[in-house]
Ligand binder design. Structure first.
Ligand SMILES: NC(=O)c1ccc[n+]([C@@H]2O[C@H](COP(=O)([O-])OP(=O)(O)OC[C@H]3O[C@@H](n4cnc5c(N)ncnc54)[C@H](OP(=O)(O)O)[C@@H]3O)[C@@H](O)[C@H]2O)c1
Length: 353
């Protein structure tokens, strides 16, 4: 007897590295999604900044979209599409069950992602996103908006890409009380610090990371700790229920670390890592509960699991009342690595329906 197939109409806003990665996975795993999850996903709309929003009621052909993009041709050349000037217009004017929001992260006002996510949730669409801006600056508002509209919002890929951190804590560790989290949440800075531990100079390694595509031409967001800060804000809000503003987190990047400092740490059997730490200390009858979040270079002994995580790899250690220490190590970026987190979120939402 055949399974009843769930139909999911997806809108994809942002068609860069991650948007294309998700599209590729949806195409490659189409049969598996049908067989394993009884799920038939139709990509009905795609948007980018240059060509606006295209929509096709019966679904878009993913290989055609990927070919057009790799040939630097406009998405509007896909046959038989309606075009809208912007994603916001398109989202309002068309129908879909779910939005995958993967435009660029902006930590000043979270736009344009914020507007896209608000518009989708307000229409009762479920939302999955890898965009760190909205989750870092307005997680509370967005989860409340989702609840009001009976929609789901999932943000797995915003922290350590598809390596399951948020779902592991919220679902896998449901019922545990998290006391503290420490993490290496930025691959670029970990790559630089790992190379410095091997005797290299900060400037040389940064240039090499830029040449290899690990670091942006403007590396500020990474090396000054803002990217790690964004993930710290997300964990504060979704794990501890303690939303913070960026200025409430002590933040220091890695630009001041010298080769000599690194060498001294190594001589003492330690490693310097850029560590995000979040800690909740419960109060008692005379003291209030305190919550502290920091992003800063820390000297870690080699006995610490985080000290031994090198290169672009990310890692996180979670301390709870029932599981004293759980560590997760995995990729924190990449086309398919990030697409995987979105795919897992999409499946989790669809399973719930
Ligand atoms: N790359 C990773 O490994 C990774 C990992 C975790 C999380 N993330 C997050 O995932 C998101 C996407 O990253 P990415 O690497 O895919 O970035 P990207 O390659 O720069 O792609 C961003 C996409 O958003 C589109 N866009 C920008 N403004 C838009 C607007 N107003 N309306 C519609 N589309 C718009 C861009 O259009 P054009 O193509 O026309 O410029 C582009 O297609 C970011 O928020 C990032 O922080 C990325």
């Amino acid at each position: 007897m055949g399974k009843i197939m769930k139909q999911l109409r997806l809108s994809l806003v942002g068609f860069g590295v991650v948007g294309q990665g998700l599209a590729e996975l949806l195409h490659a795993k189409r049969v598996e999604l049908q067989r394993e999850f009884g799920l038939d996903v139709t990509l009905v709309s795609v948007a980018n900044a240059r060509h606006g929003f295209i929509y096709r009621e019966e679904g878009l052909d993913i290989p055609t979209l990927l070919e057009l993009t790799s040939a630097h041709r406009p998405l509007t050349e896909h046959p038989d599409v309606h075009q809208y000037a912007s994603a916001l217009h398109g989202l309002q004017a068309t129908q879909a069950d779910m939005l995958a929001e993967v435009t660029g992260t902006n930590l000043r006002d979270a736009e344009p992602g914020m507007g896209h996510i608000r518009a989708a949730l307000a229409r009762g669409m479920d939302v999955i996103t890898a965009n760190k801006g909205p989750a870092a600056l307005a997680a509370d508002e967005l989860f409340a908006l989702a609840r009001e509209n009976n929609a789901q919002l999932r943000i797995e890929s915003t922290v350590m890409a598809g390596t399951p951190v948020i779902s592991t804590i919220r679902e896998g560790m449901a019922g545990a009380t998290v006391h503290a989290i420490r993490g290496i949440l930025n691959g670029t800075t970990n790559y630089i610090l790992s190379a410095m531990a091997a005797g290299r100079d900060y400037k040389d390694v940064l240039a090499e990371a830029q040449a290899q595509g690990y670091a942006e031409a403007d590396p500020t967001a990474d090396v000054e700790g803002y990217d790690t800060l964004a993930k710290t804000l997300i964990l504060a809000a979704v794990v501890f229920g303690h939303p913070l503003k960026p200025e409430q987190v002590i933040r220091q990047g890695i630009t001041q670390i010298t080769r000599e400092q690194m060498q001294r740490a190594i001589d003492n059997g330690r490693r310097i890592k850029l560590v995000a730490s979040l800690r909740q200390t419960p109060g008692n009858s005379s003291t209030a509960t305190t919550f502290e979040a920091r992003v800063e270079p820390v000297e870690l002994p080699l006995s610490d699991a985080l000290a031994r995580v090198d290169g672009v790899m990310n890692a996180i250690t979670i301390q709870t009342d029932t599981l004293p220490e759980v560590s997760i190590i995995g990729p924190g970026a990449g086309r398919l690595q990030t697409g995987q987190g979105l795919l897992a979120d999409l499946i989790a939402i669809a399973r719930d329906k």
